[in-house]
Design a protein around this ligand. Structure first.
Ligand SMILES: NC(=O)c1ccc[n+]([C@@H]2O[C@H](COP(=O)([O-])OP(=O)(O)OC[C@H]3O[C@@H](n4cnc5c(N)ncnc54)[C@H](O)[C@@H]3O)[C@@H](O)[C@H]2O)c1
Length: 312
């Protein structure tokens, strides 16, 4: 496999729009591919808007931002895959749609191009069944918003070679991400397994009447979440003392939730209460409170990013 220079991001949605800006920032030749032009037109506008935002929050200089905008190419032409070195597929989360995409694209791409999917949790081995030369295919899972969240999970399918995983790892490091490699496949990878273990317990605490959603959120933000932005669970345990954590585990683990569904969540979804996107979730987002919530999150994420990760 040759060196990586020419990258195609396939899918001009939430993730694709952000990912293409990251690779342009780090001077890769990068193209945003989508099957239809209207999404690309929308993406172009959103990229300009997003860059303006980065400049106004001090995440990029005006000069850097102009260079990024200029560098990104847009296309609906599948020939773009012919001479690219690396693909990040970030189209809709649907096995059949992704199979159709990979079946075609992996035959167009050079045999030594590295091919990745940003799937949130579909099986890489299953996806790879549609890929020509599946040894050069792996999961490359970014976290939203990918220009701020440092983690990239690299997931090897049964046929993915170590060489492929190494190339993805180095590329992720080159764009200043913090990659981790899953040596074998598991649903939800690492991040979503941990996220859903916490969410299951959080929902259980609310359903059991132990605390309100607001207080559970406070306990996370000002307790475990405060720590977890800086140290992981194993570091936390080392610092707290393994004997103490072991004693707590003995009586607490049997009492933790092992629920296989989350009734509160199901009821809210049935009522159309989908969160920020519908104006109501666990909290009320009507009358401009949706924008406030997003702005407040972004402002905090940017502060965190600047404190721990921004170079220079
Ligand atoms: N949104 C997130 O928080 C997030 C986080 C991590 C990973 N992901 C994963 O990233 C992928 C994309 O998610 P998203 O939220 O950006 O989705 P999205 O719905 O915002 O965007 C998907 C884009 O892909 C395009 N598309 C669909 N089929 C296509 C095809 N056959 N060829 C080319 N383009 C096609 C659509 O037109 C759309 O522009 C999914 O696999 C998702 O699970 C999403």
């Amino acid at each position: 496999m040759g060196s990586i220079n020419n990258i195609v991001i396939a899918g001009a949605g939430t993730m694709g729009i952000s990912l293409v800006q990251i690779f342009a920032k780090y001077d890769y030749k990068v193209t945003l591919y989508n099957r239809a032009t209207p999404s690309l037109e929308k993406a172009k506008k959103q990229i300009v808007f997003s860059q303006e935002n980065l400049v106004s929050t001090g995440m990029a200089t005006e000069e850097e931002s102009k260079r990024v905008v200029k560098k990104i190419k847009y296309t609906t032409d599948k020939n773009v895959f012919k001479d690219c070195d690396f693909v990040v597929e970030t189209i809709v989360e649907d096995m059949d749609v992704k199979h159709t995409f990979w079946n075609e694209i992996s035959s167009i791409a050079k045999e030594d191009a590295v091919l990745t999917s940003n799937t949130s949790g579909l099986s890489i081995t299953e996806l790879a069944k549609a890929v020509k030369k599946p040894e050069r295919f792996a999961g490359m899972h970014f976290w939203n918003p990918p220009h701020l969240v440092p983690l990239v999970e690299i997931i090897k399918g049964k046929k993915t070679t170590d060489e492929t995983a190494d190339i993805i790892y180095k590329l992720a490091e080159d764009i200043d991400k913090k990659p981790v490699v899953l040596q074998k496949e598991i649903n939800g990878f690492i991040g979503n397994r941990l996220q859903f273990a916490v969410l299951r317990e959080a929902v259980n605490l609310v359903e059991a009447g132990v605390a309100s959603a607001e207080d559970v959120d406070k306990a996370v933000k000002y307790g475990i979440g405060f720590r977890y932005a800086c140290i992981g669970p194993f570091e936390t345990t080392d610092l707290g003392g393994l004997n103490t954590f072991n004693n707590i585990a003995k009586y607490l683990l049997p009492q933790l939730s092992n629920a296989e569904s989350m009734p509160i969540l199901e009821k809210k979804v049935e009522k159309g209460q989908l969160g920020v996107k519908s104006g109501q979730g666990f909290y009320d987002y009507k009358n401009g409170k949706d924008k406030e919530a997003i702005d407040s999150r972004d402002e905090k994420f940017i502060k965190l990013y600047k404190t721990f990760y921004q170079k220079g």
